[in-house]
Design a protein around this ligand. Sequence first.
Ligand SMILES: [Zn+2]
Length: 311
Amino acid sequence: MTALQASPNSTFIINDHIITGEGVSFTPSPNTSGLFKQGFPDTIVIHFTAGSSLASSVNVLTRPDSGVSAHFAVGRNGNIVQMLPTNKIAWHAGESHFQGRSGLNQYSIGIELDNAGQLKERSDGTYESWFGKVFEKSEVFEAKRENQHATGYWHKYSEIQIARTLALCKALCEHYQISTIVGHEEISPSRKVDPGPAFPLQKFKELVLLPNTNEWVTDSKDTSSQREAHDQFRRDITSPIKKIANVSANVLNVRKGPGTSFPTLDNGLNKGEILKVLEKQGEWAKVSFTKVGWVNTAFIHEVTEKSPFKS
Ligand SMILES: [Zn+2]
């Protein structure tokens, strides 16, 4: 890390819905529909800007005629710009649906990461964004998942940018009753692809929502153990779904760890809900749905990837 970068472990203070801390600034946006209703926000939506710089994106998100805004934008050097206090509704999600809700702006905090988005391969082996900026191969994440629509070339996020976004989300979770982290592509799948395959969304959700998993590779100078962790992390996020299960109990507790001594997450799962099985320890399975947690395998029914509804 260079001296210009804020430390991913620096603390944030939330006072009157405004965050202060190292590398955090506030540029107000007029683009809001007013205060959240009581009990909200309870969700965080992750986006990429598909823009050329943090400054240009903040400019758009705070311009009165743009019709868009977000609560935060996170730069590639880890700097964070807040644009709306987190008790006010921003305009980042647009038409969106998730778990029976529509119009996720009224429920969620929007975080935009400075990232050029999807890239085109050029004949000379470099890559180009929609606005004409050229990127070297080292800046490009190639998504090869055959079962995903989003194959192709994507601008990589920086490690410090992801680490700072993680720290920001953890601070927000401590202050608000956040139960859900989603990518924009998950709530507007027909029209949005952000944050895209270069963002480790599943791992990120797990790190935000499970309090004992704090680690992130943050230094760009690879030591061999860091490189190993990074490689594992890349394998985790690109490996195909191993197993799917559905819930066979009427109501199933989800816990923060593999055993009844671990606390349960706020809401249990209902019969028939579909889970992705990530790993197993004894009679416990770590599963992901909109969150990540542990369930007792006696109460789930594991099925093959292709037919999750067949029993
Ligand atoms: Zn978005």
